[in-house]
Design a protein around this ligand. Structure first.
Ligand code: BG6
Length: 498
């Protein structure tokens, strides 16, 4: 893997929320840890006119507000420049190229360029085309395009966008961000699976009865009503983050850890997803929208009363589904997934439920033996818990549940690096493993399109869950009809050892 961190990073959308909340603090952390060489520079690009000084001040403010006061901030921001820019106007790109060439010469950046599109998706294609036609991609070093979600709205629009960016960048040069792939415990899934002799032999339909993935949020749609209205939970969370987790849990062991091998194993999972379409959608998927409710003692309004949301909105703020992977390893094992806004708790967890033992020797009236569970805690706690049964202390041979826990928070004194920091670092090193390949995007849209086509045809009976709950009743029934239930996320906390 190339370790050349010398680069000019151009951030389109440099005055936006993502740049301020995630990108600047992440770059600072890389700088502070000595991961950026002195040969790096950042050009902030956005519409609004700002001087370099004003821009540097805003970068400082965003670092301070997320990381607190820092000593080397002046030195860090001295690498930042600003260019006011109209994304549709060639003159802007010509001026940007001139500035980029000057900075390149000054810092000796070897012609390496990263173009980071952290802005409204409708401009992704236009920007990529201009970068090429106005000469910004004619470089002597590497050129990479980092692109935020949403990557299209459905398969058709994603294909169109892909064609536009492929005129200027090859697939190897495109880094499609899925920030879940930057999360420490999402990256840990493959290690837990493939570095443990005790799990891999059990990781199939002979020993696993079902897998549950929950990603619940407390927040509503905030200021993003306009975007969310055309997206909904299905496109916002399921098409990308949730299906990526499914792929990591279900993929075959790669023959080695190269980007191509890992991605091609993930693609094989996407290819095995059972297509759910037409009336069948109602058997496999449930949609929800929140009504008013109470969260952490605060009254919150219903979705339809959020800013920029239609009073009659048919947009789902919750989705639960049963995903089937029709291959040899997984035939018959449901992967249940659910995600939503304004739920009871902010948490992302995976529960792997193993099959019941053939016969319970330790039967006690009224008390069933718990199945073994492996819980992977993605956030906010990070860790794993293995639920076993063992003898209750005392004379009788009564079995009770015991938990073996590992918690990242208890092990390391430092916070685990933010996902964006890892992803930026990967991109600078040229490691695209934890970014989504076009094939993954295309298969996941093809899967999701069939569900949204069906939902768009019929008006749902919304709202159907109260804010502050775990979603509509139909989401519970989805599992009940298969003889399962959602393991309550509130009971699955990892014990943090201090
Ligand atoms: C984003 C979605 O991709 O992920 C947001 O657009 C959502 O709607 C967010 O809130 C959740 O991310 P995290 O890291 O807080 O789980």
């Amino acid at each position: 893997m190339e370790q050349n961190m010398t680069s000019l990073i151009m951030i389109f959308g440099a005055t936006g929320d993502l740049a301020k909340r995630k990108l600047f603090p992440s770059l600072y952390r890389l700088f502070e840890r000595g991961k950026l060489s002195d040969q790096f520079a950042v050009v902030g690009v956005a519409r609004r006119p700002l001087s370099n000084d004003e821009f540097q001040q805003s970068v400082k403010d965003s670092v301070i507000s997320s990381l607190g006061e820092k000593n080397s901030l002046d030195q860090f921001v001295s690498h930042f420049y600003y260019q006011s820019h109209d994304v549709t106007d060639s003159n802007s790109y010509v001026a940007l190229k001139k500035l980029a060439d000057e900075i390149d010469a000054y810092y000796q950046l070897k012609g390496n360029r990263i173009f980071y599109l952290a802005m409204a998706p409708e401009f992704f294609g236009t920007i990529a085309l201009h970068l090429q036609s106005d000469g910004l991609t004619d470089v002597t070093g590497y050129k990479r395009l980092v692109i935020e979600k949403p990557f299209g709205h459905d398969l058709e629009s994603a294909k169109k966008l892909n064609q536009q960016i492929r005129t200027a960048f090859s697939e190897e040069e495109i880094y499609r961000i899925d920030h879940y792939l930057g999360k420490e415990m999402v990256r840990n899934i493959e290690v837990i699976r493939f570095a443990n002799a005790i799990f891999e032999p059990l990781w199939n339909n002979r020993y696993i009865s079902n897998i549950q993935i929950t990603s619940s949020e407390i927040l509503g749609v905030e200021e993003r009503g306009r975007y969310y209205e055309s997206s909904g939970a299905l496109r916002d969370m399921l098409q990308n983050h949730m299906l990526q987790i499914v792929a990591l849990l279900a993929m075959e062991p790669p023959i080695n850890l190269t980007t191509d091998e890992i991605r091609s194993e993930k693609v094989r999972v996407f290819r095995s997803l059972r297509t759910i379409k037409g009336e069948k959608v109602n058997d496999y998927f449930v949609r929800g929208q929140y009504g008013p409710g109470t969260i952490e003692d605060q009254q919150v309004p219903k979705y339809r009363d959020e800013p920029m949301v239609d009073k009659e909105s048919n947009t789902e703020t919750f989705v639960a589904g049963k995903v089937m992977i029709d291959n040899f390893r997984w035939a018959g094992v449901p992967f249940y997934i659910r995600t939503g806004k304004r739920m009871e708790k902010k948490t992302t967890k995976i529960v792997i439920q193993f099959k019941d033992i053939p016969m319970n020797l330790y039967y006690q009236p009224e008390k069933m033996l718990n199945p073994n569970l492996l819980v992977i805690h993605i956030q906010p706690e990070e860790g794993i818990t293995l639920h076993l049964n063992a003898k209750q202390a005392g004379g009788h041979l009564n079995a009770q549940e015991v938990k073996l826990s590992f918690s990242n928070t208890g092990t390391y004194t430092m916070n685990t690096p933010e996902g964006y920091e890892k992803l930026l670092y990967d991109c600078m090193r040229g490691d695209a493993t934890n970014f989504t390949h076009w094939d993954e995007v295309a298969y996941s849209w093809a899967f999701v399109d069939k569900i949204s086509e069906m939902w768009e045809k019929t008006k749902a009976d919304f709202p159907n869950y109260s804010a502050g709950t775990m979603g509509p009743e139909a989401a519970d029934q989805l599992l009940e009809k298969d003889g399962f239930f959602w393991w309550p996320v509130t009971d699955l906390e990892v014990d943090v050892c201090k």
